[in-house]
Ligand binder design. Structure first.
Ligand SMILES: N[C@@H](CCC(=O)N[C@@H](CS)C(=O)NCC(=O)O)C(=O)O
Length: 293
């Protein structure tokens, strides 16, 4: 104690900064621990029977979610006409991600496994009208959207084109810029680097996005949906990703999407009109929905 007092009287500013850093670090560690504890494993399951409970973060500013996987899952529930209820919270799945579902007390993590689970429970198959070969193609395009375009989105939104303003609007966290600067950006940057997309320059990411979107646009062509005149299961995933580029991303890829890919823009509008008549009400800027807290 005596030593600290001596250091403080010799270097008051330095000691105050160091003390502040220690307190801030402790705060972040406590916060992270609390977040880790708030996962599906201790979720209360006091929900209506035979109703899918869709756990997702709050609504987004211009689309119903900031996460494409929540839009995918909710679109699927709507197309398949499954009774569901949204629970907007920050609880992560047992795999540490959003969104996830619970059904009659049983929790399922990962949007793809959620859909498989509901398909089995409710005997649903939105792609049953496709041949095995068509199904293979549809799955390949889903992977293109979720495993490549998704990372373009992540890198542009959280690494290359970070907008504190947008973040403030999207997430009503107190001190959101601090949270963005010291927690979200570094952790997403690390994830994107490990995945690989985060290692590319801005021009290279845009180049990758252009190739992916061209492939998707050429394949959809004049069809109404991915595989024909009716939507299949994979449309949900593709719409989830494209909805972010079109409505909820700022910067080069979003501009390119709107300027160079009119067919994909029409596709997004078509999916929205058909399955989301309440789209605006499900956004925080257009409707009364609550943002993520
Ligand atoms: N494969 C997962 C991906 C879900 C995912 O990546 N969710 C992101 C939000 S877009 C997430 O939870 N990120 C938080 C984190 O990784 O800590 C799915 O289909 O559900």
């Amino acid at each position: 104690m005596e030593t600290i007092r001596t250091i403080y009287s010799d270097h008051p500013a330095l000691t105050t900064i160091a003390g502040g850093l220690v307190v801030a670090t402790a705060g972040i560690l406590v916060y992270r621990r609390l977040r880790r504890n708030t996962t599906a494993s201790n979720a209360e399951e006091d929900y209506p029977k035979d109703t899918v409970i869709l756990h997702q973060i709050g609504r987004g500013p211009f689309a119903p979610s900031m996460t494409p996987f929540a839009i995918k899952l909710e679109t699927y529930l709507r197309i398949a006409k499954i009774p569901y209820k949204n629970v907007h919270d920050m609880k992560k799945s047992s795999k540490g991600k959003y969104p996830w579902i619970s059904f009659n007390g049983h929790s399922v993590a990962d949007s793809a496994f959620c859909i498989e689970f509901i398909n089995k429970k409710r005997n649903v198959d939105l792609s049953s009208w496709l041949s095995p070969e068509q199904r293979a193609v549809a799955l390949a395009f889903q992977r293109l959207a979720e495993e490549d375009i998704y990372w373009v989105l992540v890198v542009q939104r959280w690494v290359q084109e970070v907008s504190v303003e947008f973040f403030r609007m999207a997430y009503s966290f107190p001190l959101s810029w601090l949270f963005l600067r010291f927690y979200v950006t570094p952790s997403v940057r690390r994830m994107a680097f490990d995945q690989g997309m985060g290692r590319h320059s801005k021009d290279e990411v845009l180049h990758i996005a252009r190739k992916d979107l061209t492939a998707l646009s050429v394949f959809i062509g004049t069809k109404r949906f991915l595989m024909g005149d009716q939507p299949c299961e994979e449309d949900c995933a593709i719409f989830g990703q494209l909805s972010q580029l079109y409505w909820q991303l700022t910067g080069p890829t979003s501009n390119m999407f709107k300027e160079e890919f009119p067919r994909l823009v029409s596709y997004c509008e078509r999916m929205k009109d058909r399955f989301w008549p309440d789209w605006v009400e499900c956004t925080t800027q257009g409707g009364t929905s609550k943002a993520t807290k």
